[in-house]
Design a protein around this ligand. Structure first.
Ligand code: PGA
Length: 259
């Protein structure tokens, strides 16, 4: 039985003071909700947030310990060196950060990160024992011209080439680019169609056992009121939430709707 994974991607929001306020507020609400608290305590539900780098330390310090995962939004594939503006895996490990988003569509489309570059990041992260949340998804143009499946397959095949990992140390997030921050959610059926395709592709690459156990998340305009329908889909194990994860009040409602 696969676990449920609810993740909040804060993007370039929630600096140090807001991160502290979020963690304290979220922790108080979590402790007061028996059902949710039990789901987290038994690890039936895992809750993660991905703050900007500067807010990582404060988020870790103030998170409702040991229940919540705090991960990074990005990482460089190199250990150290002349890479201005980058953050390395050893730096994240110094903070005991174990989860990292890799290949978010904003990294791919705004910062030009290719499947080849993301492959290097995945290989380095997995080698270091980190758990990547590898994001894939098609643009509106790709969806409309009928290449969505090809694009996603290439993101999986090229991005994960040579990545040797256990199913419980790897997460995939399907996020259609046209649904991110736009208020347009894929219908639960559309999201399921692609998540099922992702699982089938993973089966071809890693075998049935791996595919059966790996967590696949949906992301793109997830809100408290559409979470339950999305989570009801058989191949969707969790959600990756942007805008609605910034405030602890709405993020906790998503967590409640997911279980
Ligand atoms: P959104 O972002 O929930 O604001 O659409 C999702 C994401 O980009 O991870």
């Amino acid at each position: 039985m696969r676990k449920i994974f609810v993740a909040g991607n804060w993007k370039m929001n929630n600096g140090i003071a807001v991160a502290e306020d979020f963690m304290k507020g979220f922790g108080a609400l979590l402790e007061n909700d028996d059902k949710l608290f039990r789901a987290v305590g038994t690890k039936q539900l895992q809750i993660a947030v991905f703050p900007p780098f500067l807010s990582l330390a404060k988020s870790l310090e103030c998170k409702p310990d040991p229940l919540m995962i705090v991960g990074a939004q990005n990482v460089n594939d190199k250990e150290s060196g002349a890479y201005t503006g980058e953050v390395s895996i050893p730096m994240l490990q110094e903070l005991e950060v174990k989860y990292v988003l890799i290949g978010h569509s904003e990294r791919r489309h705004i910062f030009g990160e290719t499947n080849e570059f993301l492959n290097k990041k995945l290989i380095s992260s997995v080698k270091a024992g980190m758990t990547p949340v590898y994001c894939v998804g098609e643009t509106l143009e790709e969806r409309e011209n009928g290449t969505a499946f090809d694009v996603i397959k290439a993101q999986l095949v090229e991005g994960m080439k040579g990545v040797s990992v256990a199913a419980d140390k790897f997460i995939i997030a399907y996020e259609p680019v046209w649904a991110i921050g736009t208020g347009k959610t894929a219908t639960p059926a559309d999201a399921e169609e692609i998540c099922k395709f992702v699982r089938e592709t993973i089966k071809e690459l890693y075998g049935a056992d791996f595919a059966e156990n790996v967590l696949i998340l949906y992301g793109g305009s997830v809100k408290p009121d559409n979470t339950a329908d999305i989570m009801a889909q058989p191949d969707i194990d969790g959600v990756l939430v942007g805008g609605a994860s910034l405030k602890y009040g709405s993020f906790i409602e998503i967590c409640k709707a997911a279980i």
